[in-house]
Write a protein that binds this ligand. Sequence first.
Ligand SMILES: Nc1ncnc2c1ncn2[C@@H]1O[C@H](COP(=O)(O)OP(=O)(O)OP(=O)(O)O)[C@@H](O)[C@H]1O
Ligand SMILES: [Mg+2]
Length: 251
Amino acid sequence: MLEIKNLRASLEEEGKEILKGLNLTVEAGKVHAIMGPNGSGKSTLSYVLSGRDGYEVTEGAAELDGQDILEMEPEERAAAGLFLAFQYPVEIPGVGNMTFLRTAVNAQRKARGEAEMDAATFLKVVREKAKELKIDAEMLKRPVNMGFSGGEKKRNEILQMAMLEPKLCILDETDSGLDVDAMKLVADGVNAMRSPDRAFLVITHYQRLLDHIVPDVVHILANGRIIKTGGPELALEVEKNGYADLIEEAA
Ligand SMILES: Nc1ncnc2c1ncn2[C@@H]1O[C@H](COP(=O)(O)OP(=O)(O)OP(=O)(O)O)[C@@H](O)[C@H]1O
Ligand SMILES: [Mg+2]
């Protein structure tokens, strides 16, 4: 589903290279976790894949189901099925949460040549999914993320994901800031969406989340590269021993 080859990317302004020849393959139906030290390039990878401004890809390729996504606009990538739940969700004053969701869902449907979701169906579906995530009706009416608590913002990202039904879901530290019960809700939401034609890239610092969202594969990203790939046991090893040995081993 996702095939990244020798990806190099720099910050446009500073020219500083962050991703330094990163290789990663994520198969359909799988959950891949990415762990790695602060500042190693995990969020940068998610931004470069989703098309955020400010990064220059200097080498390599990234394909989603055989389509070169690096050449596409962010909204084209989204319509192709890529979704990013932000590490730091942004507040959008003046744009109602519900309006935002409905506009996004229908823009993607339109881009794919599908019929728009009518207002009644949308309302029914959004209410259902919001309820599962314990997001109350009042939060759906407020502007996107405005005045939401840290944990509420993270759950709102998962609501967006549930509504958009992407092919490739990237979750950038969605667990950070969530209380134990909210983390369970988010994990349940993710697990309910696992399917043979969907894949997840779950960025996290903690094994704790991976107890609930059991990954098929775990990667360690350090200094802009994947330095080790293994099974769920790799996350346990990191929890116990940290990254120093793994980084030394890879050097
Ligand atoms: N706009 C920017 N200006 C300067 N440095 C930047 C900018 N964006 C990213 N960086 C640097 O790029 C490096 C990688 O950052 P990134 O956010 O990808 O790390 P990360 O692996 O997600 O870390 P964390 O686990 O703390 O979220 C860091 O050293 C960061 O300071
Ligand atoms: Mg990050």
